[in-house]
Design a protein around this ligand. Structure first.
Ligand code: PMP
Ligand code: GLN
Length: 380
C-alpha cells in the first residue's frame, strides 16, 4: 500500500513512553499527570453509568455539558457562545483539530503552522491534501513574528493554526498578540484554528488570552480545548470545539462521521463537575505553578539550563552542558543510561536549527516522581 503519510512513523510520545517502560525510567516525556483525577469526578462518572447514560450521546454533545462550557466562556472570556449551535464535544482535542482541518481545508490549500508545533497538526493537513507552511517562532522566548506570518499568507492560505499556552515552548500570547493577529487576518479569508488546551494553566498572574475574548477573531475561529488537561483525565479523551454557527455546522458534518458522538457517561460527569465545582479550573494556575517552581528548583541542582515557562505543564531545558548528542540520541541515552525520560524538540520542528540542544520535561507529576527524577539527573 502506498502510504498517504510518508513522513509519519510512530509518534515520539509512544516511542519514548515505550522506551521508558522498558528501562523502568521516570517518565517525564509524554504529557500526562501521574496523580488522580478529582474524586468527585470519579464518583460522578460511576453515577452517570448507574443512572443509565450508557448509550449514544447527542451528536454535538450532552446539552448540560455544552451549557456549562458556554457559561464558562461567557464568565471567563466575555464570549457570547450559543450552547446549541456553537459548541461540539469531541473525543479529545485531537479529534477536534482533525475535524476543524477537514471541515475547512481543501486539497491544494495551504495551512500556516508556527514551529515548534504540536505533532498532530501536519498529518491532519496532509490527509486533507493540503500543505503545511512552517513559520518559526522566534527564540529565545519563542514569540510570534507576526510580520513573518503575514508574509507567509498567499491566496492559497486557508487556515492558520496557533497554540497558546504553547506545547512545547511554554510561551503564551499577550493581548497585543491577538490584536496583531486580528490585523493581519482582517483583509483575508484565512480561518483560525486556536488550540487552547492549556487555557487554565498560565502562571505568574497572567490571564489566558483566548481568541474568544476577541470578537473579530472569534468570528473566524475554531477554538479547541481539552478536558484531559483541565481535569487530570487525559485518558478520558474528551475535548470540545467552539466556533460560530456556520463553521460549527461544517465541523459537525465531519465529527458525525469520524466518531458520531463522544463518550456519554463522562460528558454527564464533567457537566456536574463544572456546575458543582467551578473553583477547580480557577485553582489550576496555582496548582501547576507550584509544580513548575518545584521542578525548576530541582533542575537548578543539575547541569540542565531551564528556559522560562509562562504556561502549560512543560519545561524546556538546554542540555548542552551535558552532551553534544542530537536531541533524539540524547533522550534515548538519558532514558537507557540515566533512567529519566524527556521528549526531544526536533519532532515538533520542520527544520530543527542545527546545534539546538533542547528537550521537554513534563512536570505534571507528584512530588515523589519529581524527586525521583531529580535524584537521577543530579548524577549527570
Ligand atoms: N494540542 C496540544 C497542544 C496538546 O498538547 C494536546 C495533548 N497533548 C492535544 C492538542 C490533544 O489533546 P487531547 O488529549 O484532548 O486529544
Ligand atoms: N499531548 C501530549 C504531549 O504533548 C501527548 C499526547 C499523545 O501522546 N499523543 O505530551
Amino acid at each position: 500500500l502506498a502510504t498517504k503519510l510518508p513522513r509519519v512513523g510512530t509518534t515520539i510520545f509512544t516511542t519514548m513512553s515505550q522506551l521508558a517502560a522498558e528501562h523502568s525510567a521516570v517518565n517525564l516525556g509524554q504529557g500526562f499527570p501521574d496523580f488522580d483525577v478529582p474524586p468527585f469526578l470519579v464518583e460522578a462518572l460511576a453515577q452517570a453509568m448507574r443512572e443509565g447514560h450508557n448509550q449514544y450521546a447527542p451528536m454535538a454533545g450532552v446539552p448540560a455539558l455544552r451549557e456549562a462550557i458556554a457559561e464558562k466562556a461567557a464568565g471567563l472570556y466575555g464570549a457570547r457562545v450559543d450552547a446549541g449551535s456553537d459548541i461540539t464535544v469531541t473525543s479529545g482535542a485531537t479529534e477536534a483539530i482533525f475535524c476543524a482541518v477537514h471541515a475547512a481545508v481543501r486539497a491544494g490549500d495551504e495551512v500556516i503552522v508556527l514551529d515548534p508545533c504540536y505533532d498532530s497538526y501536519e498529518p491532519a493537513i496532509d490527509l486533507a491534501g493540503a500543505r503545511a507552511v512552517h513559520v518559526p517562532l522566534v527564540e529565545p522566548d519563542f514569540h510570534v513574528d507576526w510580520q513573518r506570518v503575514c508574509e507567509a499568507i498567499t491566496p492559497r492560505t486557508r487556515m492558520l493554526i496557533v497554540n497558546s499556552p504553547n506545547n512545547p515552548t511554554g510561551a503564551v500570547f499577550s493581548a497585543a498578540d491577538l490584536d496583531a493577529l486580528a490585523a493581519i487576518l482582517r483583509e483575508t479569508r484565512v480561518l483560525l484554528l486556536s488550540d487552547e488546551v492549556y487555557e487554565h494553566i498560565v502562571f505568574d498572574g497572567a490571564v489566558h488570552q483566548s481568541v474568544l475574548r476577541h470578537p473579530e477573531l472569534a468570528a473566524r475561529s475554531f477554538v479547541v480545548s481539552s478536558f484531559g488537561k483541565t481535569y487530570h483525565c487525559t485518558g478520558w479523551k474528551l475535548g470540545h470545539c467552539i466556533a460560530p454557527p456556520a463553521l460549527s455546522a461544517e465541523f459537525r458534518k465531519v465529527h458525525q462521521y469520524v466518531t458520531f458522538c463522544s463518550f456519554n457517561p463522562a460528558q454527564h460527569a464533567l457537566a456536574r463537575m463544572m456546575r458543582e465545582h467551578p473553583e477547580h479550573h480557577l485553582e489550576l494556575p496555582a496548582f501547576y505553578q507550584d509544580k513548575r517552581d518545584r521542578f525548576r528548583a530541582l533542575l537548578a541542582d543539575t547541569p540542565f539550563r531551564p528556559l522560562p515557562v509562562a504556561g502549560t505543564y512543560f519545561q524546556l531545558a538546554d542540555y548542552s552542558a551535558i552532551s553534544d548528542l542530537d536531541d533524539l540520541a540524547f533522550c534515548r541515552w538519558l532514558t537507557v543510561e540515566k533512567g529519566v525520560t524527556a521528549i526531544p524538540l526536533s519532532p515538533f520542528l520542520a527544520e530543527p536549527p542545527p546545534g539546538q540542544r533542547l528537550v521537554r520535561f513534563c512536570f505534571a507529576k507528584s512530588d515523589a516522581t519529581q524527586q525521583a527524577a531529580a535524584e537521577r539527573l543530579r548524577t549527570l
